[in-house]
Structures are given as structure tokens and as C-alpha cells.
Design a binder for this molecule. Structure first.
Ligand code: LLP
Length: 407
């Protein structure tokens, strides 16, 4: 049974906790995780939740409780994961363009590290030699992903060491006798075509023979989730079957089984999330019938930044007639959530819910226009818990150092 919260439940949460509010449904995360585990059951695969999608420490603890590991993209995410109770060996740190001091800190914390530049690989070799295992993040030169901004593996991307620089990589590995335990790629986000992952595997297996101590291959995240009604997600069973065939074939020639790692973010938490806003103002104009909600790109930036589609529903009027509206925010910038969308007739004060708001929603929010960040609520076993209170005025001044300004 697919897990979702009903409009009635969401309305009750909005009444109780106020708006704007992010709501997460724990059992939906579990359902998604179980889909992955069961699809890959006949393979040697483990999953690391890419926590950049949503880092509330309660979510991290829930993810830990269902058995997933965690993938971090900054040293502070690593520290949050440790704080949430993950042991270092279940924490992966896939760095990108960071200073070497962060890598040293990650090593001291004992987590698994993927390095994405020749420069840091060399520094790592000089300092630690063979004493600490490390992975290499490669750029496979494959174009994939929902749009250019979330495509990370193509030949103009900053991410990873280009696989065509393999000679340079090998020179560093040899010079410092590095202990290379894994090869990593992450080609993009929202990849529906499973063959993209297979192409990535082929690129990696070309160079696998150079690394005698390899134990696993990390294929990153990027699974597609459905956004619109009738939309589909990455076919996990098909992906698992193809990945298995490919790994089995390569294992025969190499005589060694490499473990498979994935780092799903959106797949685990996109659909568990709901963002509830309230209608401030209705404004009819010649070009559009505007609905202004008590939010904007300061709270949910995906529609403006990636042209992302989020389904919107008027949960205050479930049976009304459909009318065409343009849903906008209240920020002093153009912050259009949706243009010409059909919604059940909207009145001021109605609650509009944005679906697929769990991944990169709250996480990319800001205090722009000196507005408060929203509250976050976690529904678990049917009970709603506040897991982050809404900002207060003092929060806007929290880190300000006031100096005496002379006349
Ligand atoms: N692993 C690495 C190394 C990544 O860079 C990412 C995402 C993931 C895993 C997880 O990817 P996912 O499964 O969530 O697609 N803010 C954008 C998405 C940016 C993804 C950045 N990296 C959005 O809202 O669409």
C-alpha cells in the first residue's frame, strides 16, 4: 500500500502548527527504502542516504533506524550524522572542491572518504600514504539528469576527476602507494533511463583492473521520482537486474565480486514531504489570476531554480470546481511556483499544499527578505511531531555582532 498523508491530516497539521510548514511522513521513507532493498536483494548492494536532500537530525535518526547508511557532502553533514548516532563506518563523505583540511578532519573522524580532485588525492597520498583507504570520485563524461543544473557527470562538469585523466590518477596512486578501496561516479539527479547507470558501470570497469585493492563500486544517487500525476520513477527492478548482469559478467573475468553502493537522496525523501502554505491575497489581472501564498523561493526554490514541477492542491476545497491560477510567493522578486495551473477554486485563507517537498525543499531554504524559515513536522505512526520550530525574530539577529555606529 503506497504511503501518503491525506488532505484532512495535512489540514489538521496546518491548523495545529501554523503555516508555512514542511511535513514529512516517516513510513513513506521506509517504503522507498524497502523498494530499493527488495529490488537489489539478489545482489551485494548497500545504500547511503544522500542527506543533503534533508538533514533534520530526526530524519537522519529515522533513516538510521530503518537500516540505511548515510552519504555526506560537507564536514558538517558528517558531524550531524555522527550526532544522529551513525557510526563512522556507516558514513560516507563524498567531497567536492573542498579544502584539504576538511578531508583531514573527516579522516580523523574515521569516516569513508571519496576524493574528487587530483590535487587533494596527492595531498592525501603525501600525508597518509597507504595507511587509510580512500575512494576516487570520477567524472565519467556522461550527460544525464533532469536538467543541466542537476547533471554532474558530463564533460563540462566540475565534479570528479575526468576519467580521461586516468594516467595522472595512476601516477599519484603509484607514487604514494594509495589504498584505493572504491571508485565513485554520480552522473546527475532524476535519471529515469537505467541504461545511464549501466554506461557508468562500463566506464568504471574499463579502469577497474588498475586498482588491485578495490572492494566496492559507488554509483552515486540520481533516481527519478514521479512529480506529476501519471509520471513514473526509475524502474528499480529493471535497474537491479541489469546491474546484476553487468557485475556478474565482470566478476567472471576478474574473479572478484565488488560490492555495489548507491547514494539515493530524492528517491528516499522527495515524496515523503509536503509543504503547506496559506493564501494571503488573490489578484485578478488581464494576464493571470494570481494566488499569493505566505511563502516564496526563500522556502521552496526548486520551481524557480530548476523549473521543477511540484503538484499543488487546494486542501481547503477538495470538491470545488477547477479554475486556472498562477501561484506566486510574497517575496520581492519574481517567485512563480506555477503558471496557469488548475486548482479547485481558491479563496484567501485556503491552504495550498506542494507535493514532493521532502528533498531539497527546506534544505535549500533561506531567510531572504528577513522572513522566517518554516517549521518542520514529522508524522510517524500517525502522530505529528514538531521537529523544528519556526524561526523567531531573535533568530534573524542571532549571529549579528552589533558595533557602535558613530553619527
Ligand atoms: N551523491 C552525490 C555525490 C550527489 O552529488 C547527489 C546529489 C546525490 C548523491 C543524491 O542525488 P539524488 O538521489 O537526490 O538525485 N537540488 C537539486 C538536486 C541536486 C543534487 C545534487 N547532488 C534538486 O532539487 O533537484
Amino acid at each position: 500500500m503506497p504511503q501518503s498523508l491525506s488532505p484532512e491530516q495535512l489540514r489538521a497539521i496546518a491548523d495545529e502548527f501554523g503555516t508555512p510548514v514542511y511535513v514529512y511522513h516517516a513510513e513513506k521513507i521506509k517504503e522507498q527504502y524497502e523498494k530499493l532493498v527488495s529490488a537489489f536483494a539478489n545482489t551485494n548492494t548497500i545504500f547511503f542516504y544522500a542527506c543533503k536532500a534533508l538533514t533534520n537530525v530526526n530524519i537522519l535518526r529515522y533513516i538510521k533506524s530503518i537500516g540505511a547508511n548515510v552519504d555526506c557532502s560537507s564536514i558538517n553533514e558528517v558531524k550531524l550524522a555522527l550526532y544522529a548516532g551513525f557510526p563512522p563506518e556507516r558514513i560516507l563523505y563524498t567531497s567536492n572542491g573542498i579544502g584539504f583540511d576538511e578531508i583531514v578532519e573527516a579522516k580523523e573522524l574515521g569516516v569513508i572518504i571519496n576524493i574528487d580532485s587530483l590535487s587533494n588525492l596527492e595531498k592525501f597520498g603525501k600525508k597518509f600514504g597507504h595507511s587509510y583507504p580512500v575512494g576516487i570520485r570520477l567524472r565519467p563524461n556522461i550527460m544525464a539528469g533532469g536538467n543541466l543544473k542537476i547533471s554532474t557527470g558530463h564533460d563540462k562538469s566540475k565534479f570528479g576527476i575526468p576519467v580521461d585523466q586516468i594516467d595522472k590518477i595512476l601516477a599519484v596512486v603509484q607514487q604514494y602507494n594509495l589504498f584505493i578501496k572504491d571508485l565513485h561516479i554520480h552522473t546527475g539527479s532524476e535519471i529515469k533511463d537505467v541504461d545511464i547507470f549501466i554506461r557508468g558501470i562500463e566506464v568504471l570497469f574499463e579502469i577497474v583492473p588498475h586498482f588491485a585493492e578495490l572492494e566496492f563500486i559507488d554509483l552515486g544517487g540520481g533516481f527519478k521520482v514521479p512529480y506529476e500525476t501519471g509520471d513514473s520513477e526509475t524502474d528499480m527492478n529493471l535497474l537491479a537486474q541489469k546491474v546484476k548482469e553487468d557485475f556478474d559478467r565482470h566478476a567472471q573475468t576478474r574473479g572478484k565480486n565488488l560490492q555495489i553502493w548507491f547514494e539515493p537522496g530524492k528517491f528516499l525523501v522527495s515524496e515523503c514531504g509536503y509543504f503547506i502554505t496559506k493564501v494571503n491575497v488573490m489578484k485578478e489581472t488581464a494576464s493571470a489570476n494570481f494566488v499569493s501564498v505566505n511563502s516564496g523561493f526563500n522556502h521552496l526554490i526548486r520551481p524557480m531554480f530548476y523549473d521543477a514541477y511540484h503538484r499543488i492542491e487546494n486542501i481547503s476545497n477538495l470538491k470545488g470546481d477547477g479554475k486556472v491560477y498562477s501561484v506566486v510567493g510574497n517575496i520581492c522578486e519574481t517567485d512563480t511556483f506555477a503558471w496557469n495551473r488548475i486548482l479547485n477554486e481558491v479563496k484567501e485563507g485556503d491552504y495550498l499544499v506542494f507535493y514532493n517537498a521532502g528533498a531539497y525543499g527546506f534544505e535549500m531554504s533561506s531567510n531572504f527578505n528577513s522572513r522566517y524559515k518554516p517549521a518542520e513536522v514529522l508524522v510517524i505512526n500517525g502522530k505529528a511531531h514538531l521537529i523544528r520550530r519556526r524561526d523567531k525574530f531573535e533568530d534573524l539577529l542571532r549571529n549579528i555582532v552589533e558595533v557602535k555606529i558613530e553619527k
